[in-house]
Design a protein around this ligand. Structure first.
Ligand code: ARG
Length: 564
């Protein structure tokens, strides 16, 4: 049942005719605390038409309102405060959650249409950075959230597996590397050559020429160059896969930049046909000065293609292949200008669907206030971060619940979950400093706190044994302490929709923290398992809370252990 609509319908009957139902709907507020009611209507806008003070208007209207179906309707100053019938409301909400289960909060906005999500997209032969971790977990969560609205996400890993950096890597490897060393610890050693290349090239610019020549060989299909590149790529993918497995993230496509090698000529041709390509010092560019932007560099002097050339081809390929309604790119905010240019060039090419490309930026993760960079070699290794988090989780579990079965599996779920949750709980555009201790705290605004709350709810349900919730009449929880929790359960579908519209997993994370907190307050103030006539309804509430906690964690890509 739509309780807000009930308020609107009631108001329509007593308000002047010139105020529309839509206006009323938009004016209705939710009071900050429940003692001011569940919905409130401000009467200020009526003062002009009715020539009366707003609080007088509110008082008058309250006298005329049909309070049937409400607990009560009162006025506080200029506001009309509606108190919902708690019994009807709670029965309605709990029933919805218990019968719809995992489908609670689903909607059909997306009608099954495809939404490619460009996510993770690490660079071959380099460690996966904290930025790529962010892209991975934000993209994964957005995929789950929009799925609830029946969009069909297509998760694409646009690997950085092409470009001049591979020329540098080949030069570095040939000078300082060996098969044995690379096989022993692929990514770290490949990174070592890359970092050393940059250092030495500062004094020896001829190294850069060599690197360019090797990349050119790759583009021309040279056997040796491509064999090395393939080898680097396979080793890297194997390492990345370990992290994806731990995060439980799957991709639909691993189509990296190299996938577009044979699809760029068509793009360059179109640019040419439309008269968009210009020559500038031997390079081919699209001039963007009318937008106050530096030109989009399409081809270098030696004919080598660039990052944006490959992205143009990728965008077009995705439209042709998936006929998307929206095409998302979860990429750090430092690439904002790149995506602005990408969209402008596509628009200039005549592709109106460029408007459906949505760039989803996120802030930087710093360590000790410093920016992390693979070039300088000061990366945080993701695998180490996850290992440390899991070790910390294990330590806490040993202290709190030494008899727990499958401790290691739970510690993995808690440690990894903590890192993921921490990443998602702030607005994605915010930058934050990474501090492990803070991430894996078991109290406060953390993933483990939510996981723990769910485990506690499940333990209550285990104690209660099998319960049949089929009888709706009995599901009315009238305890005042439960009221906020029940209202939050009712709000879940709106929360999912808001998260989906803004591509903002933090909306879910903030919600689930609040739900956990409010449930813990209820738990502290009531005897849930007391054997009285309200027992079944209270258990229905516990069950509904755990259902929604689990679903929310699931939408964030965080596991929910049954015990911890
Ligand atoms: N590999 C790039 C990087 O690490 C990110 C790629 C993002 N996706 C894209 N279609 N440009 O910076």
């Amino acid at each position: 049942m739509d309780f807000k609509q009930q308020v609107v319908d009631t108001l329509v009957k007593v308000l002047p005719e010139d105020i529309t139902e839509e206006q009323i709907t938009n004016l209705i507020e939710k009071p900050k605390t429940s003692d001011l009611g569940d919905y409130a209507f401000p009467t200020f806008i009526l003062a002009k038409t009715l020539h009366k003070a707003p609080n007088m208007i509110a008082e008058d209207l309250v006298g005329k309102i049909d309070t049937d179906g409400f607990e009560k309707v009162v006025n506080t100053g200029a506001y009309i405060n509606f108190f919902l019938d708690k019994k009807a409301f709670s029965a309605d909400v709990l029933n919805a959650v218990l019968t719809q289960k995992d489908e609670y909060g689903n909607a059909d906005d997306g009608k099954g249409r495809n939404v490619p999500i460009d996510m993770s997209s690490p660079n071959i032969a380099k460690p996966m950075s904290m930025g790529h971790l962010r892209s991975t977990v934000i993209g994964n969560s957005i995929a789950k959230i929009i799925s609830k609205l029946n969009y069909q996400p297509v998760k694409i890993n646009h690997l950085g597996d092409w470009g001049t950096q591979f020329g540098k890597l080949i030069v570095g490897y040939k000078m300082w590397g060996s098969v044995e060393e690379v096989e022993a610890d692929p990514i770290n050693n490949l990174l070592k050559y890359y970092v050393r290349f940059h250092k030495e090239a500062e004094d020896k610019p001829e190294l850069d020429d060599e690197a360019r020549a090797w990349f050119k060989k790759m583009e021309d299909g040279d056997k040796e160059a491509l064999a090395l590149w393939t080898w680097f790529k396979e080793l890297s993918l194997k390492e990345f896969q370990k992290i994806y497995d731990r995060l439980d993230v799957q991709f639909d496509h691993f189509t990296g930049e190299s996938f577009y090698n044979d699809k760029m000529d068509a793009i360059v041709d179109t640019l040419e046909e439309k008269g968009l390509l210009k020559e500038s010092r031997g390079a081919e560019i699209v001039d963007l000065s009318e937008y106050d932007l530096s030109p989009a560099l399409i081809k270098k002097t030696d004919g080598a293609t660039l990052y944006i050339t490959r992205d143009l081809a990728a965008a077009k390929y995705r439209k042709d292949t998936f006929d998307f309604v929206k095409s998302l790119y979860v990429v750090g905010s430092e690439q904002a200008e790149h995506f602005t240019k990408l969209k402008i060039v596509l628009k200039k090419m005549g592709y109106d669907w460029a408007d459906d490309i949505i760039y989803i930026p996120f802030g930087l993760i710093t360590a000790g206030g410093k920016k992390l960079s693979t070039r300088k070699g000061n990366v945080i290794l993701l695998d180490d971060v996850l290992n440390d988090a899991v070790a910390l989780a294990k330590k806490q579990i040993e202290e709190k619940n030494p008899d727990l079965k499958n401790k290691d599996a739970v510690a993995e779920a808690v440690g990894v979950g903590a890192v993921v949750f921490h990443d998602l709980k702030n607005d994605r555009r915010d930058s934050f400093d990474f501090n492990l201790e803070e991430v894996v705290r078991f109290e406060g605004e953390t993933g483990p706190y939510v996981q723990y709350t769910n485990a506690r709810a499940l333990s209550i349900l285990r104690k209660a044994g099998d319960v049949d919730y089929a009888n709706a009449e009995n599901l009315a929880v009238t305890d005042v302490e439960a009221w906020d929790t029940i209202k939050m359960l009712q709000d879940f579908p709106n929360v999912v929709e808001r998260a989906a519209k803004t591509f903002e997993p933090s909306v879910i994370a903030k919600y689930v923290l609040k739900l956990a907190k409010s449930f813990n307050q209820y738990y502290a103030h009531s005897k849930i398992l007391a054997d009285d006539e309200g027992l079944k309804a209270r258990l229905a509430l516990v069950k509904s809370v755990s259902t929604v906690l689990q679903m929310s964690l699931g939408l964030l890509g965080v596991k929910a252990p049954e015990e911890m």
